[in-house]
Design a protein around this ligand. Structure first.
Ligand SMILES: Nc1ncnc2c1ncn2[C@@H]1O[C@H](COP(=O)(O)OP(=O)(O)OP(=O)(O)O)[C@@H](O)[C@H]1O
Length: 213
């Protein structure tokens, strides 16, 4: 176990049917760092993030998140917030009520946690009373990220957080991720936008270079 690492991956392999997608992938993400994985469509970025977030079981390899296997304990899900899978919206609940629900689930008082301020920061304060399915795709993406950042966590795993965001939204989210890291958090994401990654303070790493040492 290495407690200086938020994520340690060694020898990770995943195939879909007879098609190998990840072969002997290795990755280390130090606690407090930001890492952005880039690479062409279909190279396996989402597959890797899903495995690290415990949402997919690899065919082979080792994954440690804060020194333990991903997804096996309540502590894992207290430490890890992810947007790798799109959220499920509860019918009839507004954007604000979704945020309040997230706070309650994590033992936070919604007012003290600053639900309205969080929605404002993400530029969706005027849509707080809207049902998420009625929001635009960019507004839904803003809400998804606001919910992930509202709850306490030590590691954010984000799949293309910049997607569907306008330039101002990208700048806002990049600043939020930089602030999250400044507070001691670790960010692991996949993105096609190097400028966004740089603004978030993340080191860009090509998927093709993630070979187990
Ligand atoms: N459930 C699945 N069943 C079969 N093939 C899959 C499945 N999920 C992904 N793949 C294939 O695995 C490859 C890697 O997909 P993945 O989504 O991990 O790539 P990516 O790098 O995240 O792509 P993008 O940049 O387009 O988001 C692709 O060829 C994809 O078609």
């Amino acid at each position: 176990m290495d407690h200086e690492l938020a994520v340690k991956v060694r020898g990770l392999s995943v195939s879909y049917g007879s098609t190998p997608v990840l072969v002997d992938v290795g990755l280390t993400v130090p606690v407090g760092s930001g890492v952005c994985i880039t690479g062409e469509n279909g190279i396996g970025k989402s597959t890797l993030l899903r495995c690290i977030a415990s949402l997919q079981r690899p065919d082979a390899g080792e994954i440690e998140v804060f020194g333990g296997p991903p997804g096996s304990t309540p502590e894992f899900w207290r430490a890890v917030a992810t947007t790798v899978e799109p959220p499920t919206w509860y019918p009839g609940l507004t954007a604000r009520e979704h945020a309040e629900l997230v706070c309650r689930a994590h033992g936070l008082d919604a007012a003290e946690a600053g639900v309205d301020e969080a929605l404002d920061r993400f530029g969706i304060g005027t849509h707080a009373d809207a049902n998420p399915p009625s929001m635009s795709s960019g507004q839904k993406q803003r809400l998804t990220l606001a919910l992930a950042l509202l709850r306490p966590s030590r590691l954010l795993i984000l799949d293309e957080p910049e997607q569907r965001l306008d330039p101002e939204g990208r700048a806002t989210v990049a600043a939020m991720l930089a602030a999250y890291r400044k507070d001691g958090g670790t960010v692991l994401m996949a993105s096609h936008d190097d400028a966004f990654a740089a603004a978030a303070g993340a080191v860009v790493t090509g998927m093709a270079d993630l070979v187990t040492a």
